[in-house]
Ligand binder design. Sequence first.
Ligand code: SAM
Length: 213
Amino acid sequence: MSRHHARKAKSRQWWQKHQRDPFVKQAKKDGYRSRASYKLLDIQQKFQIINKNDVVVDLGCAPGGWAEVAREWTGENGLIIGVDKTPVKPLQGITTLVADISDPLFIEKISNLLQGQTVNCVISDIAPDTIGHAKVDRIRMANAIEDVWNAIQLLLGDNGNFTLKIRDGAVEDPIRLAMKSQTQSLKPFKPKASQSSSSELYLVGLGFQKPSP
Ligand SMILES: C[S@@+](CC[C@H](N)C(=O)[O-])C[C@H]1O[C@@H](n2cnc3c(N)ncnc32)[C@H](O)[C@@H]1O
């Protein structure tokens, strides 16, 4: 089989699997923009990271499934700011920002939207593009985790909560140690909607404390 046909067969297989996926079907039924919504729902049900009236920053929010779930938990008096490097179709009650979180100007851009409000929760489902080369993909994931952790440290207020997507072996030791020392509790969690064949999992940090200056 030629490379072209092999690629076509692979994407057809992916599409058939996607169509059969119970979380895809459920998302259509419940009106969520993505099956990823059920990952955040699972995290929220176990750890209660989002509270009523919270200010939530959603990193890597497109197409918006997590933001929709976050909105249900904050209620209409909360504030959700969704950030993605690709534009997001407007979502009712959600402020969106097109930005790359590795951009040095990102914190300034989001601070303009926050206008001094304390962030209570940061959620991140950021996954960098992969190229299928294990070492390169691991480095990309490690860099993304570092960017997310930097954003958490700069944006999240004391006693806030966070969750971020990681992959096994992609969290560098100094970052894991810093996360541990700056939270009351730090736990890995694999939501039911996360494919068992995928090495992705989520770290959930509760009771964050900013580092002393
Ligand atoms: C798995 S999707 C998020 C799905 C989302 N949680 C939902 O429920 O709809 C990951 C997103 O991360 C975004 N992303 C990856 N790297 C990024 C970066 N450096 N800055 C901003 N967004 C990024 C991608 O564009 C993509 O939309």
